[in-house]
Design a protein around this ligand. Structure first.
Ligand code: SF4
Length: 361
């Protein structure tokens, strides 16, 4: 969808009609969106209400804050409390509960927690500070190049009071794990526009190998409808392919320069996804040449275990096994004001989207 008329009602109606026609040729299909921004926009725009009953949209683990282990938050919060280190973190992570407490709670108790808008801002904070600063490097491929650039800048400037607690996660290896789980019955993927702008369409070879199509799409109403339409078209034609419906932003090969920067600074490692478990080669760690900037080395930080609060269904929500409303805590013990799990507090969380914009249909 290359048009700039993103919200043209006639074009939207035409896409909705095409979707209905394609759905009549198919059995029930389950399409997973693997991007928290898609999840929010699908809820906000009421996209589900426009679809036939046989087209189910299910949300996946595409909220980076939601999949960050609680033990990671606990370890960083403990560092702020016990050693007086300043933790620089994104606003989205600020209120996410750890097992013991959130950054917001330790800040209220007097610990040094600073909300920053970018890794660059953390770098500025360290330049101006005489104390130690640790940046929580969380996020998918969209944010990884920016943290890699900040690590390199810190190294070249000889900044010694800044380190990075790295919990980056990679989207394609997670898709492989989801596809291996037959209980999810995923018919196709709406692939994340921003991540794809970095990794390119070629990164989704796992979908082709496992016989599942995918469509890269953007975030406007027409983008999302065109993505669903494209996926149904591939399914109706028994075509297993990756289609790019977001060509105005996503080049076919993504952003090779950004990937080179990532690879220069980080190397792949096994990583825990909150509520899902250890996924092989789905995370990144700093390469040994940047060990001086690795907070886990400097302070002996560890993300240990993957405990979840009692009754919390975040793991099953993040895998798309249940919609948020089927968690027993949804809207009762767990609300945006008093979140039990990360999916309710993040601006990209499935539970936050369901709470704000209504149910699964
Ligand atoms: S309602 Fe709360 S506890 Fe349940 S899955 Fe959502 S965020 Fe987790």
């Amino acid at each position: 969808m290359d048009s700039v008329a993103f919200n043209d009602p006639a074009a939207a109606r035409a896409l909705v009609n095409t979707i209905a026609g394609l759905a009549r040729r198919l059995p029930e299909v389950r399409l997973m969106e693997v991007c928290g921004t898609h999840t929010m926009e699908i809820g906000r725009l009421g996209i589900r209400q426009l679809l036939p009953d046989s087209v189910r949209l299910i949300s996946g683990p595409g909220c980076p804050v939601c999949v960050t282990p609680a033990a990671y938050i606990d370890a960083a919060a403990e560092l702020a409390v016990s050693q007086g280190v300043c933790i620089a973190t994104f606003g989205d992570l600020f209120r996410v509960p750890g097992n013991r407490r959130s950054f917001a709670q330790v800040k209220a108790a007097g610990a040094g927690i600073e909300v920053v808008a970018s890794p660059r801002a953390a770098l500025d904070l360290a330049r101006k500070s005489s104390g130690e600063v640790v940046f929580t490097a969380v996020g998918f491929e969209t944010t990884i190049p920016a943290t890699a650039a900040a690590v390199k800048a810190a190294a070249s400037e000889g900044i010694t009071n800044l380190s990075f607690f790295v919990a980056h996660r990679l989207v394609p290896p997670a898709l492989d794990v989801l596809l291996a789980d037959s209980s999810l019955r995923i018919s196709g993927f709406l692939l994340p526009g921003h991540v794809s702008a970095i990794v390119g369409a070629g990164a989704y070879g796992t979908l082709i190998r496992r016989g599942v199509p995918g469509v890269i799409t953007g975030f406007e109403a027409l983008d999302i409808l065109a993505g669903i339409c494209g996926l149904l078209g591939l399914l109706a034609g028994n075509e297993v392919a990756i289609k790019n419906e977001y060509t105005r932003v996503v080049p076919e090969d993504g952003n090779p320069a950004a990937r080179r920067l990532m690879e220069e600074v980080y190397e792949p490692c096994d990583a825990i996804w909150r509520g899902i478990g250890m996924l092989p080669q789905s995370g990144l760690r700093l390469r040994p040449e940047f060990a001086a900037f690795d907070a886990s080395v400097r302070y002996g930080l560890k993300e240990q275990g993957d405990e979840m609060p009692e009754g919390c269904g975040c793991g099953r929500v993040l895998k798309g096994l249940i919609p948020p409303e089927e968690c027993l805590l949804f809207g009762a013990a767990c609300t945006p004001e008093n979140p039990v799990g990360p999916c309710m507090v993040s601006s990209e969380g499935s539970c936050a989207a369901a709470f704000k914009y209504g149910g699964a249909r």
